[in-house]
Design a protein around this ligand. Structure first.
Ligand code: IPM
Ligand code: MG
Length: 371
């Protein structure tokens, strides 16, 4: 398969982790005789610095002429600490989501057996947890009117949803539930918000078309509590933009590290990115965990139905986790740099004969050699 992939590395640790994701995609292309063409574009603070625009038109053009987008992270403290900044890196991300019609953000979370002890949650709570958040990405309060009164006394952010916006993501979430454990939880605040009542109505109607899916409705405050208390009871979580932003970060504690969570945003195009931010404190130090980027690469492969390839990437990451081939966030004492983790994953992929990655007896981590 030939794919044109736009690489938007962005800010902070974005470039470092993205490089590892690309490395892994290149290894997959080589092994399975695909042709992946990577073309880089600017986004975020780095784009503001070079062009004055966080989502320059060249980048938009590049995305529109690519089959997929592989994205890093966005954000820079010089803007975070300046609430008066008129141009902000995050605007680039939001404009890109809107311009490319990326209305569904898919964030899978699972408890990795080898990391269970790393989670602040008790083993018996998280063992076996495996859920996916379907977050609406181009509507709601993120994209409503944002304004202030002239005297700066009052500000407002308006949340709007229409039926069409709710239906299109809900259908994807129902279909995902059908392929998984057939349970869908709509997370909303229907006891207070009109938009949430519309979500509930639409989802209740739609549920009739998916009779084999059990549907549960949960207020977001309650969901925030239940997700860490009984994470295993969730399968597919469907929710609006802002609630999805919050609960998907919360769900990362189930996986043990934010550095492990990948995501896909689909709709008019398809974009793959770690859910973590730009983590500027770690930039350039070779300490960032590239696994979320590498797992995002696996989601990209899945999207193009390259199932075996995606599975191999995931199992290579799991092999690394099981063998303590991890960055500092996952192990303070034995730890490796960002690039080294990418090298490990590539070596496991290259050496894979399906049995090899089951046992690493012959894998000498120090020399990173597979015999
Ligand atoms: C995310 C991020 C973004 C969001 C920020 C960087 C604008 O937190 O992708 O979850 O809020 O959507
Ligand atoms: Mg977020």
């Amino acid at each position: 398969m030939e794919l044109n992939i736009a690489v938007l590395a962005g800010d902070g640790i974005g470039p470092e982790v993205t490089k590892e994701g690309v490395k892994v995609l290149e290894a997959i292309a080589k092994k399975y005789s695909h042709k992946f063409n990577f073309n880089e574009g600017l986004i975020g603070a780095v784009a503001i610095d070079r062009t004055g625009d966080p989502f320059p038109s060249q980048t938009e053009h590049l995305c529109n002429t690519s089959d997929a987008i592989f994205f890093g992270a966005i954000g820079d403290p010089k803007y975070d600490n300046d609430p008066t900044a008129k141009v902000r890196p995050e605007q680039g991300l939001l404009r890109m989501r809107k311009a490319l019609g990326l209305f569904a953000n898919i964030r899978p979370v699972q408890a990795y057996e080898s990391l269970i002890e790393k989670s602040p949650l008790k083993r018996e709570r998280i063992q076996g947890a495996d859920l996916v958040v379907y977050r609406e990405l181009t509507g709601g309060i993120y994209f409503g009117e944002h304004s202030r009164t002239d005297d700066d006394f009052e500000a407002k952010d308006v949340s709007t949803y229409n039926r069409g916006e709710i239906i299109r993501i809900s259908k994807l979430a129902f279909k995902a539930a059908q392929k998984r454990r057939k349970k869908l939880t709509l997370v909303d605040k229907a006891n207070v918000l009109e938009t949430s009542r519309l979500w509930r109505e639409v989802v209740q109607d739609l549920a009739k078309e998916y009779p084999n899916v059990e549907v549960e409705y949960m207020f977001v405050d309650n969901a925030a509590m239940q997700m860490v208390q009984w994470p295993t009871k969730f399968d597919v979580i469907l929710t609006e933009n802002m609630f999805g932003d919050i609960i998907s970060d919360e769900s990362s504690v189930i996986a043990g590290s934010l550095g492990l969570l990948p995501s896909a945003s689909i709709g008019g195009n398809a974009l793959f990115e770690p859910i973590h931010g730009s983590y500027p404190e770690a930039a350039g130090q070779d300490i960032a965990n590239p696994m979320a980027s590498i797992l995002s690469a696996a989601m990209l492969l899945d999207h193009f139905d390259l199932k075996q390839e995606a599975e191999l990437v995931r199992s290579a990451v799991e092999t690394c986790l099981e063998n303590n081939m991890v960055t500092k966030d996952l192990n303070e004492t034995v730890n490796y740099g960002t690039a080294k983790i990418g090298d490990f994953v590539v070596e496991i992929i290259e050496s894979d004969t399906t049995e090899t990655h089951q046992s690493l007896e012959n894998f000498s981590i120090g020399q990173s050699t597979i015999i």
